[in-house]
Design a protein around this ligand. Structure first.
Ligand code: ADP
Ligand code: MG
Length: 238
């Protein structure tokens, strides 16, 4: 569990300024949703928090630690992507346990943690299957399992549900909200889907062209949008 603080975070690719000075605090245990149109910099910002991308300027803290220059593995975070990135030749069991195997944890410890994680995500009956024998929702749960098993302080999600059909998406929304309640972890969740933002978030950060347009609870944004952009984005369906 950890607070995430961004201070004047910027990112340029060559002459292209993508993130233009972001100040933000995500509270310990909060479910924070970054929402904004395609290309506004959501994935870039998330990759910077994960350490997969370096920031061009600014400072970043996770918990009490300055992680501005820390490697991804030193940040206590786990990231779940839109594409599930599962290993096709490994079983669900080995996919979930992969990170711990890589870290050289004892086999008995890995086995116990995989069982517990599978139970949390209702995957126990699927542990011996390969990814190709799973539905889209089941694959996404395995991807989440791989993140959970490492006990991260902070979870980062980049549009994890956008490849799923509408019915499954709404089921997974509820599952993720429930998971957040049970784990109590800090979650930062990127989406361009207003419904996801409105139904899942404790706090919504509306991004527009690399800047924060408004920060607030779903009801605050809905009732008191700070700009026509926010009003249009939160108020109208895609
Ligand atoms: P979003 O996730 O909100 O759709 P992205 O963060 O993926 O937006 O991209 C924001 C902008 O940064 C886009 O214009 C994209 O083309 C650009 N961009 C992202 N990554 C790179 C990169 N590695 N090199 C150059 N431009 C990039
Ligand atoms: Mg993106």
């Amino acid at each position: 569990m950890a607070k995430v603080v961004l201070e004047n975070i910027r990112k340029s690719f060559g002459s292209l300024d993508v993130i233009k000075g972001i100040d933000l605090a995500v509270e310990d245990g909060e479910f924070c949703v970054f929402v904004g149109p395609s290309g506004c910099g959501k994935s870039t910002l998330l990759r910077m928090i994960s350490g997969l991308e370096t920031s061009s300027d600014g400072r970043m803290l996770i918990g009490d630690r300055d992680v501005t220059h820390a490697e991804p593995s030193q940040r206590g975070i786990a990231m779940v992507f839109q594409s599930y990135a599962l290993y096709p030749h490994l079983t669900v069991r080995d996919n979930i346990g992969f990170g711990l195997s890589l870290a050289g944890r004892p086999k008995a410890e890995i086995a116990a943690k995989v069982e517990k994680t599978a139970e949390t995500l209702q995957l126990t009956h699927l542990l011996d299957r390969k990814p190709k024998a799973l539905s889209g929702g089941q694959r996404q749960r395995v991807a989440i399992g791989r993140a959970i098993i490492r006990d991260p302080k902070v979870f980062l999600f980049d549009e994890p549900l956008s490849n799923l059909d509408a019915a499954l998406r709404s089921q997974m929304r509820m599952e993720l909200t429930d998971l957040h309640a049970r784990l109590g972890a800090t979650m930062i969740y990127v989406t361009h889907d207003q419904v996801e933002a409105m139904t899942m978030a404790d706090k919504i950060v509306v991004l527009n062209a690399g800047r924060v347009e408004q920060v607030g609870s779903p009801m605050e944004l809905y009732n008191r949008p700070a700009s026509p952009f926010v009003a249009g984005f939160i108020g109208s369906p895609k």
